[in-house]
Design a protein around this ligand. Structure first.
Ligand SMILES: NC(=O)c1ccc[n+]([C@@H]2O[C@H](COP(=O)([O-])OP(=O)(O)OC[C@H]3O[C@@H](n4cnc5c(N)ncnc54)[C@H](OP(=O)(O)O)[C@@H]3O)[C@@H](O)[C@H]2O)c1
Length: 335
């Protein structure tokens, strides 16, 4: 089968096309014929040697993929051949608290990922694809959408009428915007680009702030909420934006710590105390969270925002497009 392997964590060019045998599913495993994959910032961080968690040598990259079950191993009950499925980012996190084996079971990191024609996945490491989504659309969900869902629903306990601030217009943030709107919350989007902010407004963002023109976007968000502050920040900037996120939330507001896009800075814990902030680190999500999210995606007919689709042969171009940060929403590779 056709696949890509990351031969070194030295940059995008270390990604090489290879030919590998089709794997066989073992007990409680399934063989999935992958139709499409999507890229996440993590995949770029891994390729360029900037990812925090250990990565398997010569890993097949990408956590996100969707396709069809073509063979089941012994004792598989949850799915059958012919079912359309998506892989779970963590192959071993069914529900509840993550276990000691969860982190090592991350596709495209601790174990081989989805940039290949066929993958063996755990029976509890797949979820059924919502019927209204194409495989290209479904491939966008496993990491970015579930992370946004985990932040807003599990951590945020989001309710109609609340205000969410979403940072940027990449994969996680556009799903956060869509889910927040779906649940009746107001959204303030911040972006480096007026054009992207205009697109975010077409998806339902109520207000937009250009963080290049308005570096004190926390003060702007405070003003937009009549001096109260937002209820929750979906924090993808990390150390470089955290202090401003604390400035933007209301007293007792929530910050879901997700990403590290904005570089390093010292964090002053007294600001957390002063705001009585509820800060939680978010790590994608469990299979059960994924199923709960899919029920909402189906009920609302939600469609992911796909920026661009690349053919398998142009996988490196897809990575370069992600690196350019010109995208809005998700970048997909068809197999
Ligand atoms: N913890 C987890 O489980 C988890 C899961 C998924 C992702 N992540 C992390 O979350 C981050 C986003 O991932 P992604 O896949 O959504 O990335 P992505 O699609 O590459 O999104 C990047 C976008 O973030 C925005 N951005 C960059 N610097 C920013 C800043 N200083 N302030 C505000 N926005 C900024 C930019 O939007 P504009 O162009 O609009 O300015 C940029 O286009 C990454 O750090 C990733 O590793 C973590």
């Amino acid at each position: 089968m056709r696949a890509y392997q990351l031969t070194a964590q030295s940059g995008i060019d270390a990604l090489k096309a290879v030919d590998l045998p089709v794997p066989k599913p073992g007990r409680r495993q399934v063989l999935v014929k992958i139709a499409a994959c999507s890229l996440n910032y993590r995949d770029l961080a891994i390729a360029t040697g900037r990812y925090r968690a250990p990565t398997r040598a010569h890993v097949i990259p990408l956590s996100d993929g969707a396709g069809e079950v073509v063979e089941t191993g012994q004792d598989v009950l949850r799915v059958k051949a012919g079912d359309r499925v998506m892989g779970c980012f963590f192959q071993r996190w069914t529900g509840g608290e993550p276990g000691p084996d969860t982190q090592g079971s991350a596709l495209g990191g601790g174990i081989d990922g989805m940039l290949r024609e066929y993958a063996v996945l755990e029976e509890d490491g797949v979820v059924k694809t919502p019927a209204h989504l194409t495989d290209i659309e479904a491939a966008a969900l496993p990491c970015a959408a579930l992370t946004a869902w985990h932040a807003l629903v599990e951590h945020g306990r989001l309710a109609a009428g609340r205000t969410v601030l979403a940072q940027g217009t990449g994969g996680v943030s556009i799903f956060a915007l869509q889910f927040a709107r779906m649940m009746g919350a107001a959204v303030i989007a911040i972006s480096s680009s007026d054009e992207k902010l205009a697109r975010a407004k077409t998806l339902g963002a109520d207000r937009g702030i250009n963080y290049r023109d308005t570096p004190a976007w926390d003060a702007a968000a405070m003003e937009m909420t009549g001096g109260r502050g937002v209820d929750q920040v979906v924090e993808v900037g990390g150390p470089g934006t955290f202090a401003r996120s604390l400035g933007a939330i209301r007293t007792g507001g929530k910050i879901s710590l997700i990403g590290v896009l904005a570089g390093m800075a010292d964090i002053n814990p007294s600001l957390i105390l002063a705001k009585r902030a509820d800060v939680r680190g978010i790590s994608v999500g469990s299979m059960q969270m994924f199923e709960a999210m899919n029920a909402a995606v189906s009920a609302h007919g939600l469609k992911p925002v796909i920026d661009r689709v690349f053919p398998f042969a142009e996988a490196l171009e897809a990575y370069r497009h992600l690196q350019s940060a010109a995208h809005f929403g998700k970048i997909v590779i068809t197999i």
